[in-house]
Design a binder for this molecule. Structure first.
Ligand code: G3H
Length: 496
């Protein structure tokens, strides 16, 4: 059991003596009383006053940071991050273990998340080294000489999601830090303990106040920070609801830059001439890997009516092969769901679809046991059902039969979300038309492949309620900085 009392403010690991918040694992374990859900630790419930101390430290490190972090050269900041990376790598086993216990992610995916995060740090460093030569450029235009500098934005509040509490968190935390911003970081609600193995590395590798790590209830902590109006950037990966609740507390919204990764309802369009084996395997993994708890998951499948019966038959055969079990079981795909009440929510979605005429098409579909939920394949789904619009963020797969491709275009146009689309088919003319129709609506169109975020070098964004700002190794460096001009008349007095 991990009782975490420490939090990081101004380079000091402080010990919290007040109330703690228990951390409940989604994994049920055998005890003498039967199967029980385990409390695996606790984290500090900081007060508003203490959260504000963290903000003051970040503000001081930014505003009074002349000659320090915000004005360090890129090479100096890179040295700090490289030192951090060495210490982080040494914590792989601990972090991977906590990913499994806290969010139920399989061992393979937990290792992948850890390694991907380290790769992201390396790629960011390399990208920055390659572009550093251009971080200050010189110009002489119309009698004005100018140096254009790339500088940080200010104080950033960083919050990551529970499904990628390490990797997605670092996708904003790292570029924010390396570009010279100072940060208050609040770890994800589930996946909160796994920052503990890294907290000393954060303290040791960055100057005081540059990164401050806080814990506690949202209203008491990040809510209080927002209300001060002192935050410059809100970097948040999570739900629209969460983002809006926090953002609206800032008294001067025009002074707050938001960098957001939010909800999505990514559709797949399976055309009549699609390679069915490929479409089925991509759609199964696209909708069900990590139990469908990915913002990039396929959340609704439009399948042409001429092939839909065969598609469902093969889809169900593949779903039946997915192994359900504990995160550390070999070859497991379906694991316990960390969000309390999630199985009931998913059951509600399935029942609503059934009441409006859909059936569960696969054996055992929708059966739940404690935090396990066996995937439910729903067909035929239509616009009267909640699952047609709502982001299920779990193992429920709605299948909609379609006749004309225009029906799928209408769905994308009418949707509140605009992250990605997958198109499966061979006819290049039809596909080209769909690409044209979708390109102005979503951030990425995947051809004969499931939706996904990576490789991290590619831009990752979305339209409408799905995102604000573009993240990728290189985009993030731009997003967390701004260009400042130092200009002078090109005359005698400015020769120096
Ligand atoms: O939850 C959203 C994640 O960014 C998805 O990333 O496509 O690499 O699983 P992924």
């Amino acid at each position: 059991k991990i009782e975490q009392h420490e939090y990081l403010i101004d380079g000091i690991l402080k010990q919290w003596k007040g109330d703690q918040s228990p951390v409940l694992s989604p994994v049920f374990v055998k005890t003498t009383k039967g199967l029980e859900q385990k409390i695996i630790g606790s984290t500090p419930l900081l007060t508003k006053e203490e959260a504000l101390v963290a903000l003051d430290a970040a503000v001081k490190a930014y505003d009074r940071g002349h000659g320090q972090w915000p004005t360090f050269t890129v090479s100096e900041r890179i040295e700090h991050v490289e030192k951090f990376l060495v210490q982080m790598r040494a914590k792989r086993t601990e972090v991977v273990n906590l990913l499994m216990w806290e969010i139920g992610k399989s061992l393979k995916d937990s290792e992948k998340e850890f390694d991907r995060t380290c790769d992201y740090i390396v790629d960011t460093i390399n990208e920055l080294k390659a572009t550093d030569r251009r971080s200050a450029t010189f110009h002489n235009e119309q009698g004005i000489m100018a140096q254009i500098r790339r500088v940080p934005l200010g104080v950033v509040l960083c919050m990551g999601p529970y499904n990628y509490p390490l990797n997605e968190t670092f996708s904003t935390l790292l570029p924010a830090l390396i570009m010279g911003n100072t940060v208050v970081f609040k770890p994800a609600k589930y996946g909160v303990l796994l920052i503990k193995p890294l907290i000393e590395a954060f303290r040791d590798c960055f100057p005081p106040g540059v990164i401050n790590i806080i814990y506690g209830k949202g209203r008491d902590t990040v809510g209080a920070l927002m209300e001060t109006g002192k935050l410059d950037v809100f970097a948040f990966i999570g739900t629209n609801k969460g983002a809006n609740e926090i953002k609206r507390l800032h008294p001067k919204p025009h002074r707050l830059k938001s960098i957001l990764g939010l909800d999505a309802k990514n559709p797949a369009v399976v055309l009549p001439d699609a390679d069915l084996d490929n479409a089925v395997s991509e759609c199964v993994m696209g909708s069900l890997s990590f139990n469908g708890q990915r913002c990039t998951a396929l959340k609704i499948l439009f399948v042409h009516k001429s092939i839909v019966d065969e598609f469902i038959k093969r889809f169900n055969t593949e779903v039946a092969k997915l192994k359900i079990g504990m995160p550390w079981d070999a070859g497991v795909s379906l694991t316990p769901l960390p969000e309390p009440g999630k199985a009931d929510y998913l059951k509600g979605l399935v029942e609503d679809a059934q009441q409006h005429g859909a059936s569960v098409m696969n054996d055992q579909g929708g059966i739940s046991n404690n935090t396990f939920f066996y995937p439910a394949v729903l067909y035929p789904v239509n616009s009267k059902m909640r699952v047609y619009y709502e982001e299920q963020f779990g193992p429920v797969v709605p299948i909609v039969p379609f006749d004309k491709v225009e029906e799928t275009i209408d769905y994308v146009l009418d949707s509140n979300f605009g992250q990605q689309v997958s198109v499966f088919g061979k006819d290049s003319k039809v596909i080209a038309n769909l690409i044209d129709a979708f390109a102005s609506q979503v951030g990425r169109i995947n051809l004969n492949a499931q939706c996904q975020r990576g490789p991290d070098i590619y831009p990752f964004n979305g339209r409408k309620d799905s995102a604000e700002g573009t993240l990728s190794v290189s985009d993030a460096l731009r997003v967390f900085s701004i260009r400042t001009l130092v200009a002078a008349k090109s005359n005698e007095s400015n020769k120096a």
